[in-house]
Design a protein around this ligand. Structure first.
Ligand code: AMP
Length: 482
């Protein structure tokens, strides 16, 4: 059997038959004596972007040092001896979240390789929608892969690139060479990346909350398609990709980013409150109190309560020592996770007609449990309001959503969903309501301001691994890999 066939077999065994799914937070800092500790703190603030694994690679002027472990940032990087093992003034770090079951140590980022021009560490946020096709092609060409991560595909493309300059070789990532810190945002700007600064040391990271935790200054968003190269001589900006209209992912605002972050110049918290306000206008409920599904539903519930004049009550108490629901790979464990995470606050809900607010509905797992829990705690009526439109399509750009047949809104109409979750009434925010909450009059159907494919099915790039075709332009953009 050829290497390529063997690889295909392995890929299928690993459940990589479709696209590789990774979501991540990245952090990089250049020229600071406390680079490692600051990176650890930055990753701690980005923990919501991935709880399965964390890693830091640091350069001390002579050598690279790395520590990559499964588990939370604090499990590894709160220990003094671990930080001391990582000396250096330039560092990159990564938190990883994946649900395809291949979170194994060799996939934990940042990945490191010795390339022609020296060592290179890379931490990547998002997916390559054609990673599997590229990987198959690379393996056919003789590449030996050590992990099942998209990021390693990037390393191989870099290693094979015939172009001399790094600026021509990137997609969306943060990387560290022995001389430079490099950040690149994909041509559509789907995933966020910001530039910051602390004590004169530049920082590249996924969200502004990672700057706030260390008292760093926000400088600006990295632009879509922009590559930033930071070295002793300062900061260079390059635009190696064809100019495209930015399409940031709207789901960052709805769920994924932390509410205290500023993404694309907008406060995530403010947007989430607006989502609640719009929802109250579109779909008011005859009820006594507004109850958020914590924590994701809290800002929208505040907006909903204010707009509807209803009291806001903590009818559900969240146990903060359990990770996000989706982290667990099997449905059985996921369900257990939901029970472990939320408890009813009987004193607030007994005898009341309640409006439950959550940010989104995906499989319906959370909603089913919560509605049942509210009824068991004595709620008289349960009205569910979702502060985003129905999710009818999966995501392939780094936010894990299940296959289409597991998405409740893809398989049920509104009444079917209401029955399934057991609520007295159910309503979702409209797509235009979502855009209004973002500060637009409505969605521009010709040139949508964001990528909103989960709600509309309009994907902003070809889904190469889904269609089986390799898009030649994408290939040439990604690398000169022949
Ligand atoms: P579900 O229980 O499957 O309907 O999922 C909805 C719940 O999961 C909501 O409380 C959301 O806050 C949360 N959620 C939405 N998208 C994601 C995601 N990509 N990863 C983890 N949790 C999510």
């Amino acid at each position: 059997m050829s290497v390529a066939n063997e690889f295909d077999k392995q890929a299928d065994n690993l459940g990589m038959g479709d696209t590789l799914r990774e979501e991540c937070g990245v952090f990089g800092i250049f020229g600071h004596p406390d680079a490692t500790a600051l990176t650890a703190l930055g990753l701690h603030a980005l923990q919501h972007r991935g709880q399965e694994a964390a890693g830091i690679v640091v350069y001390d002027g002579k050598r690279f040092h790395s520590e990559r472990r499964l588990g939370l940032v604090g499990d590894t990087f709160s220990k003094r001896h671990v930080i001391e093992r990582l000396p250096g003034s330039a560092a990159v770090g990564h938190v990883r979240y994946s649900t395809t079951g291949e979170t194994i140590l060799r996939n934990v980022q940042p990945l490191f390789a010795e390339l022609d021009g020296g060592g290179f560490a890379v931490a990547h946020n998002g997916n390559l929608t054609n990673a599997l096709s590229l990987r198959r092609q690379l393996v056919r060409d003789g590449a030996i892969m050590q992990s099942t991560s998209d990021t390693e595909v990037i390393l191989h493309l870099l290693a094979r690139s015939k172009r001399a300059r790094f600026v021509e070789r990137f997609v969306s990532l943060v990387g560290l060479t022995n001389k430079k810190l490099v950040g690149a945002r994909d041509p559509l700007g789907i995933r966020p990346l910001v530039l910051g600064e602390l004590d004169g040391a530049p920082i590249l990271t996924s969200e502004t909350c990672a700057l706030d935790i260390i008292g760093a200054k926000f400088v600006r968003d990295v632009e879509n398609g922009e590559v930033i190269i930071i070295g002793e001589a300062g900061i260079e900006s390059h635009k190696p990709f064809p100019v495209m209209q930015p399409r940031p992912c709207i789901f960052e605002y709805i769920y994924f980013a932390r509410p205290d972050s500023i993404v694309g110049g907008k406060s995530v918290y403010q947007v989430r409150r607006n989502l609640g306000t719009e929802l109250a206008r579109e779909s008011p409920a005859n009820a006594d109190i507004v109850v958020p599904v914590p924590d994701s539903g809290v800002p929208a519930a505040i907006g909903f309560a204010q707009a509807s004049g209803l009291n806001y009550e903590l009818g559900i108490i969240r146990n903060h020592y359990v990770g996000r629901t989706f982290i667990e790979p099997t449905q059985q464990i996921r369900e257990l996770g939901v029970r472990m995470k939320h408890s009813a606050n009987r004193a607030a809900v007994a005898g009341k007609r309640i409006v439950l607010i959550d940010d989104s509905l995906v499989r319906g797992t959370t909603s089913v449990k919560i509605v049942r829990m509210m009824r068991e705690a004595g709620a008289k009526e349960v009205h569910f309001r979702i502060a985003s439109p129905p999710i009818t399509h999966p995501d392939f750009y780094g936010i894990d959503t299940p296959d289409k047949d597991k998405l409740l809104a893809a398989t049920h109409d509104l009444e079917g969903m209401r029955k399934y979750i057991g609520a007295d009434s159910l309503a979702f925010l409209s797509v235009d309501g979502l855009y209004r909450a973002m500060g637009h009059e409505k969605r521009n159907p010709e040139k949508p301001q964001y990528t909103d494919h989960c709600f509309t099915g309009e994907y902003p790039t070809p889904l190469t691994d889904k269609t089986g075709e390799i898009a030649p332009r994408q290939l040439s953009l990604l690398a000169e890999a022949s």
